[in-house]
Structures are given as structure tokens and as C-alpha cells.
Design a protein around this ligand. Structure first.
Ligand code: CAP
Ligand code: MG
Length: 435
């Protein structure tokens, strides 16, 4: 193809570009779509302009360089290479990368649908980001599961909002004694008048310390500090100074810049649990938006230690997203230069019967979270946590849950209550578009 926004494959040095793959649907050609994206997201606009110099074109034009039609004209995959020099990695950081590889392009009228499927980052970009402080192994070290490698069990305090700090702490205590490794706030709880963050932190950590004394086990409490940036940073300082052992952020709402700031701040010596609420607005439509694996990569660069990346079976997501969850989990865990692996979190509608499927598809380096699936147990939170732990233990030693339940009454009651609700999701592993 001729033009400044095109290149042959041989003209692209992967060590000097961020390379993105887009699924595109257009009434025109894939080449035209690629050119429109490359121009809009680098040095072009809708018409030729007199202000751009040859030198700018040579150094900074993004290049569309590979086109793969999927059965129909104007439908298929386009690869675009963005020169590293385009980005302000030091000051603009992750938000600047996002602004270019997933920015205005979604609104271009010429594109009926466009979805960012993947982004490959060269070493020179990876070197600009320290990544997680703790990561998978750091978190496992604290909980003491580096040897046995079992999945961690997490719970979300439920109801999502409404409990006061003492009630929250009581639920946390019951869950911890029952066997969870992680207790987290729900994504909508910050510091509402009925549950101020400061008092909640102190009451819950008293119980976490008590559980440590009683059982020797370290249980994390992920305190949600999502909010206005000034308050978020104050909450982070407060958490550090007042005995928190983990913080939590709704990363897409606070912004990955806020995550990066916390992760890079040496005084914040706490793992960061990353919730992805809002993601489905742009990950769910398989033809338009952003694939979760890109968010997973950016979160890992920005320094999250744990990230919600989807379930193999549960209440959230379409059947197709089982594949997406698996692929997102894989990019969190795979070898990636010096950037530590991040622990994937499977959450949403999980209860004991869904544990084996989640482990089978997503592996054992995983946090398995259950809110309703613990606090909805007929005998309460403590028994609910025990039932979930039993489901994990049974799966690890490859005993069918029904068999294990014969000698584990908590598990038996959970299976009787929920059966295989939400298991259907894992049965379909289809893809709706050709990646
Ligand atoms: C789960 C959860 C999580 C979502 C997030 C909830 O609770 O706390 O926020 O699962 O999902 O409020 O729904 P339950 P994802 O265990 O009670 O369902 O990680 O898929 O974005
Ligand atoms: Mg939640």
C-alpha cells in the first residue's frame, strides 16, 4: 500500500513499536480502515494538513501493515504499529498509551465496529514500568501458599453496602475463621456515612489480627479506596499508616494513572487488588470495544497485584467470555520481562459447585471469590467459607465434590442449596468472531 500510514511487514521493527491488532467492520476496505486509525491516532486527521513536516511523518506516523479479511469485504483484522517515540511514557504513562491505542478511533464514522484485540509492547516500553510490587508470588508468600500452590479463597462482604463498621468486621471475622484468605470491600463501598473507611479499617483489622492470633493464618483485607484523586491518595496514606494489609481500587473508574501512581509510590507498601467494574461497557460486545486481555496487560504494567479477569462459570459474562477470561488470566501470569505476574481473580456468582470448573479452565494460580456463595450458605458465613474451602481442597486432591460432601457437611449443604446454578457458562467455549 502507498502512503505514509502504511508499511510492509518487513518495514516494522517490533522492538521499536507498540503493535496493536484491531477487529474492524467497515463499508470500505480494511486498508482504508487501517489508514483512518493510524492517521487519527498518530499525526493525521481527516484531510491533508500543511503543518506536518517530512521529519514528523518519517518518525511518528503510525503504520497499518497487515490485513486479514474474515470472509467478507471490509470485515477482518488490521495490525497497526505505533512508533515508541509517539508516546510520552514518562509523564503520560498508561493513560497516554490508552489515549493512542484505544482513543478517538472508536468514534470514527467510517468504522461500523472496531475492537482492540491485543497490544504487544517492546522491551523498551516494558522497561519504563516497574509493574507490581508484590505480584503473584509476593501475595502467596504473605498467605503462605508458595509451596502448596492452591488457589486463594476470597470473599466480598455482602450486602455490598449497608453494614456499619462493627457489622462488617463481624462478617469478616466469620469468613476468616471459616477459611478465606482474602476479604474485600465491594466496589461501591468507599466511606459512606454508615460505614466510614477509617473506622471500618480499624474494626476489620482488629478481627484479622485476632484470627492471626487464634489460627496463625494471615488473611488479607482489601480496603476500597476508590474515589476523588485527593481522597484516594489520602486514604492510601491512611491505610499504610493504620495497619492495612491490602488496598483495593476500581481501576477503570479511578483510572490506570491512579493505579500506576500507587504502585510506584514506595511508601505504599501494600498489594493492590484491582476491581474492573465498568469493563463490560466496552469488553462485552465481541465486535466493538476492547478485549479484556489488553486491560490485563495495562494493569500489569501499571502495577496491580491482583485483577478481576473473569470466570469460567459464574453470574457475569457471556459464554464467549470464558475464552476471554482464560486468555486474560494467561497474560497476567505468563513470563513478561522483569514485570511480575499478577494474580487473576475469578468473581461473580461463584459457589462451591463452580470451583472445579474454574480451576480446570483458569488454573490454580487464582483467587476464587464468592460473596453470595459464602454469605448465602444456609448456616451462615463461617459455614459458607468452609464449604468453599472444602470445594477447593477436594478439587486439589481430585475428589468429586459430591463424594467429598459425604464427610463435609458444610459443602453438602451448599451443594443442596445451589446445585449447579450458573455452570452453563462453562459449557460453551465458542467464539463469535475470528481471532
Ligand atoms: C461478586 C461481586 C463482583 C463481581 C465482579 C459482585 O459477588 O462482588 O463485584 O463479580 O465481577 O458484586 O457481583 P457475588 P468481575 O460473589 O455475590 O456474585 O470480576 O467479573 O468483573
Ligand atoms: Mg462486587
Amino acid at each position: 500500500m502507498e502512503g505514509i500510514f502504511f508499511s510492509d511487514v518487513s518495514g516494522i521493527d517490533p522492538e521499536n513499536h507498540i503493535i496493536c491488532t484491531y477487529y474492524v467492520e467497515t463499508d470500505g476496505s480494511l486498508e482504508g480502515a487501517g489508514e483512518a486509525i493510524a492517521a487519527e491516532e498518530s499525526i493525521g486527521t481527516w484531510t491533508d494538513i500543511g503543518t506536518v513536516t517530512n521529519d514528523i511523518q518519517r518518525r511518528l506516523a503510525a503504520k497499518a501493515f497487515q490485513f486479514e479479511e474474515k470472509g467478507k469485504k471490509g470485515v477482518g483484522l488490521v495490525k497497526i504499529a505505533f512508533p515508541v517515540e509517539l508516546f510520552d511514557l514518562e509523564n503520560g504513562g498508561i493513560p497516554n498509551i490508552m489515549s493512542m491505542i484505544m482513543g478517538n478511533l472508536f468514534g470514527l464514522t467510517a468504522l461500523k465496529n472496531v475492537r482492540l484485540l491485543d497490544a504487544e509492547f517492546p522491551q523498551s516500553v516494558l522497561a519504563c514500568f516497574p509493574g507490581p510490587k508484590f505480584g503473584l508470588e509476593g501475595v502467596r508468600e504473605i498467605v503462605g501458599t508458595k509451596k502448596d500452590r492452591r488457589p486463594h479463597l476470597g470473599t466480598i462482604i455482602k450486602p455490598k453496602v449497608g453494614l456499619n463498621p462493627s457489622q462488617t468486621a463481624e462478617v469478616a471475622y466469620e469468613a476468616a475463621v471459616g477459611g478465606v484468605d482474602l476479604i474485600k470491600d465491594d466496589e461501591t463501598l468507599v466511606s459512606q456515612s454508615f460505614c466510614p473507611l477509617e473506622e471500618r479499617l480499624s474494626k476489620v483489622m482488629e478481627k484479622i489480627d485476632l484470627v492471626k492470633e487464634e489460627t496463625g493464618r494471615t488473611v488479607f483485607y482489601a480496603l476500597n479506596i476508590t474515589g476523588n484523586l485527593n481522597r484516594l491518595l489520602e486514604f492510601a496514606d491512611y491505610a499504610v499508616e493504620n495497619g492495612a494489609n491490602m488496598i483495593m481500587l476500581d481501576i477503570l473508574l479511578s483510572g490506570l494513572g491512579a493505579l500506576q501512581h500507587l504502585a510506584e509510590d514506595p511508601s505504599v507498601k501494600l498489594p493492590i487488588h484491582c476491581h474492573r467494574t465498568f469493563h463490560a461497557a466496552f469488553t462485552r460486545n465481541p465486535l466493538h470495544g476492547v478485549h479484556m486481555r489488553v486491560i490485563a496487560k495495562l494493569t500489569r504494567l501499571a502495577g496491580g497485584d491482583q485483577l478481576h479477569s473473569g470466570t469460567a462459570a459464574g453470574k457475569m459474562g457471556l459464554p464467549e467470555e470464558v475464552v476471554e477470561a482464560k486468555e486474560s488470566g494467561e497474560v497476567l501470569l505468563r513470563e513478561w520481562g522483569k514485570i511480575k505476574p499478577v494474580m487473576p481473580v475469578a468473581s461473580g456468582g461463584i459457589h462451591p459447585a463452580l470451583v472445579p470448573k474454574n480451576i480446570e479452565l483458569l488454573g490454580t494460580d487464582l483467587v476464587i471469590n464468592a460473596g453470595g456463595g459464602i454469605h448465602g450458605h444456609p448456616d451462615g458465613t463461617r459455614a459458607g467459607a468452609a464449604a468453599m474451602r472444602q470445594a477447593i481442597d477436594a478439587t486439589m486432591i481430585k475428589i468429586p465434590l459430591e463424594k467429598y460432601a459425604e464427610t463435609h457437611p458444610e459443602l453438602k449443604k451448599a451443594l443442596d442449596r445451589w446445585g449447579y446454578k450458573y455452570a452453563e457458562k462453562s459449557e460453551t467455549l465458542g467464539r463469535r468472531y475470528g481471532e
